[in-house]
Write a protein that binds this ligand. Structure first.
Ligand code: CA
Length: 95
């Protein structure tokens, strides 16, 4: 069975979450910051501060996989125009 791009994206998110999560199956603030630093090195500093704030949304100071997914999707949404331009440039250079 061949995975679709969206299946691969979900798998990559699960793999990344699993790589950094603690024994409580969640990302602590420290684990989450390490993940951002290693896996999203170009993550804008301002976005990082906003994202860290989301760790406290349900006041448990950690991210479960659902919360992690929401943060990553928010980042993708916030970066949509930039990602679209990069995709356009890559497509143009490959033609
Ligand atoms: Ca939480």
């Amino acid at each position: 069975m061949q995975c679709t791009p969206i299946q691969m994206a979900i798998g990559a998110m699960m793999h990344t979450f699993t790589k950094y999560k603690g024994s409580d199956e969640k990302l602590s603030k420290t684990e989450f910051l390490k993940l951002l630093e290693k896996e999203l090195p170009d993550f804008p500093q301002v976005s990082k501060k906003i994202t860290i704030y989301t760790v406290y949304i349900d006041e448990d100071c950690s991210l479960d996989f659902c919360e992690f997914g929401a943060v990553i999707c928010s980042f993708a949404y916030a970066s949509y125009e930039l990602l679209r331009q990069i995709s356009k440039q890559q497509k143009a250079s490959s033609e």
